[in-house]
Design a protein around this ligand. Structure first.
Ligand SMILES: Cc1cc2nc3c(=O)[nH]c(=O)nc-3n(C[C@H](O)[C@H](O)[C@H](O)COP(=O)(O)OP(=O)(O)OC[C@H]3O[C@@H](n4cnc5c(N)ncnc54)[C@H](O)[C@@H]3O)c2cc1C
Length: 510
């Protein structure tokens, strides 16, 4: 082990002057501050772990050629290299587990082409969706990738994580919205992947589906340096409709019926469970207090022409009202939908024995079939309750959201998240072990219910990664992943340590 660290260190020392020569000293950052702010991502990481994850250097390339040169240098000297966009991932993807070089892609944020006739845009990976949509708005065009983290993600990070959008049931998720990409492979070669070899085509039957390989790989197979994205016309009307209910069971029936309605204007269907309603009532400034009989909520968001949305509204009211839902009124519906990108600024909102405690947010985000939702919800809360009972100063159950998960369809399976407050500041290794075990248990329940460990973020954080690789992907997929990784990245330089892929190499940890 000590030998391996020495080798990486030696490689880094040889690589550093070459990086400076390739990018110029102003884009090669070695000072502590710049490395420290790019050490972890938005998911909790106990302070006791921070120091060993600090990268050796941060580079800020400005072009595909510069990214390719940085990768070639890393490959030549066998130094780990980790791509980083907004750093708001929740799967520890941008966290350099083996230190080395962090490639901050945000300098590459140009819009390269807007094709109004074919409704596509070609961008560099560092642009974020909010900025992109500001540019597209005067053209009445829209890039409809809408995660809760919308203002802070880079398009490249969305691609690296294979992102999920709140509007996916209407407009598709990131893998559906990316038509083609330029990728720098771990050897420094530059390729283009798309539907077939094309740039702006939505469906092709030519060749393998290689594009999918480079969506959601968490920076382990290459660095995206350019992407061509699908655009939608700006919808004429938007209508959020929220129903308050007396029970989880009522909300569950409403979301199922809304999905089965087949309404094409539905872009998403959501549900808040009782713990979530209690949490919002307790601690969310944007939440307008509701009567105590309200125990849960079911909601949908409609987009389309004015005529389509008005017709769909009547159907939605009929379904919600007939199944025990009480319409929450325009103010709450519009307010809550408008705050969907802000809802997670929750620091200080942990409670330990009734007292406010600084905690950060952890999100477990499985994909679960509709029929399994009640059971998974009960079992996850039981795990959270055991954890909170054991460590009341360190964890807090912030409840669950459930959202439609299928692209272009509002039924079938749901992104199901449990939000847990984690006291990172007072974390110890012993308590961290209990936390990791709780995440293993949560992930295992998802897989045993026929679901997936992660619908949006990537199932590769400590603990859950073993369930992903050895249980969810047990039927040959994990073995194939290792073969692909070894073939594309012979020296294991691209984000090593992720998805247990070190096992693909001789001497790799198990
Ligand atoms: C408040 C909050 C709400 C969230 N809500 C959602 C949500 O609704 N839906 C959702 O999907 N996610 C959500 N997330 C998670 C997160 O924002 C997404 O995973 C997002 O896609 C990460 O983008 P980023 O630019 O921040 O990427 P980063 O965190 O920087 O990186 C993510 C991964 O992509 C890799 N990567 C970065 N750039 C590139 C590149 N150019 N080429 C190849 N790989 C690259 C990184 O190495 C890493 O593995 C949320 C996060 C927060 C904090």
């Amino acid at each position: 082990m000590a030998e391996a660290i020495t080798d990486v260190q030696r490689g880094f020392e040889a690589a550093l002057p070459e990086l400076v020569a390739a990018l110029g000293p102003e884009h090669v950052l070695t000072d502590f501050f710049h490395r420290a702010i790019r050490t972890t991502n938005a998911s909790p990481m106990g302070l006791h772990l921070w120091e060993k994850l600090l990268p050796d250097v941060v580079v800020r390339p400005g072009s595909t050629a510069e990214v390719a040169e940085v990768v070639r240098i890393a490959n030549r000297h066998k130094v780990p290299i980790v791509a980083r966009g907004g750093g708001a991932g929740l799967a520890d993807g941008a966290t350099p587990l083996k230190r080395g070089i962090v490639v901050d892609i945000k300098r590459m944020h140009a819009v390269l082409e807007i094709d109004e006739e074919n409704q596509t845009v070609t961008v560099q990976p560092g642009i974020n969706m909010q900025e992109l949509n500001k540019i597209l708005r005067p053209l009445n065009l829209w890039y409809p990738d809408d995660p809760a983290s919308y203002p802070v993600n880079a398009v490249g990070g969305r691609i690296g994580s294979g992102g999920w959008s709140l509007l996916g049931a209407g407009y598709g998720h990131v893998p559906d919205l990316v038509l083609s990409m330029e990728v720098v492979l771990p050897t420094g070669d530059v390729i283009r992947v798309g539907n077939g070899g094309a740039r702006k085509i939505h469906k092709s039957s030519t060749g393998y589906r290689l594009k999918d390989l480079f969506l959601g790989h968490q920076g382990t197979l290459g660095i995206c340096t350019e992407a061509t994205l699908d655009l939608a016309p700006r919808p004429e009307a938007e209508l959020p409709i929220f129903f308050a209910t007396e029970s989880y069971a009522d909300s569950h029936r409403i979301i199922g019926a809304l999905g089965r309605s087949g309404l094409r204007t539905i872009a998403g269907i959501f549900m808040f469970d009782q713990h979530k309603v209690e949490f919002l009532r307790r601690d969310d400034e944007a939440w307008i207090p509701l009567p105590s009989w309200v125990k849960s909520a079911a909601a949908t968001i409609l987009y389309g022409t004015r005529a389509e949305v008005e017709a769909a509204r009547d159907v939605v009211f009929e379904i919600g009202g007939s199944l025990g839902g009480k319409y929450m009124g325009t103010e709450i519906c519009e307010g809550d939908w408008a705050s969907r990108h802000d809802r997670y600024h929750l620091a200080y909102h942990g409670r330990a024995n009734g007292q406010i405690k600084l905690m950060s947010w952890s999100c477990e985000d499985a994909a679960i079939n509709y029929s399994a939702l009640p059971k998974v919800t009960r079992e996850w809360h039981r795990i959270a309750a055991d954890l909170v009972a054991k460590h009341p100063e360190h964890f807090d159950d912030w409840g669950m959201f459930t959202y439609t998960n299928g692209p272009f369809r509002a039924w079938g399976d749901y992104l199901t998240e449990i939000d847990i407050g984690v006291n990172e500041l007072e974390m110890t290794e012993e308590i961290w072990r209990d936390w990791v075990q709780a995440k293993v248990d949560i992930a295992r329940i998802s897989v045993r219910a026929g679901g997936s460990v992660s619908a949006a973020h990537g199932g590769q954080r400590e603990g859950e990664v073993d369930v992903s690789c050895y249980e969810e992907l047990a039927e040959g997929q994990f073995d194939l992943m290792k073969s692909i990784k070894r073939m594309l990245d012979p020296n294991n330089i691209m984000n090593p340590g992720k998805y247990n892929l070190d096992e693909a190499y001789p001497g790799g940890e198990s």
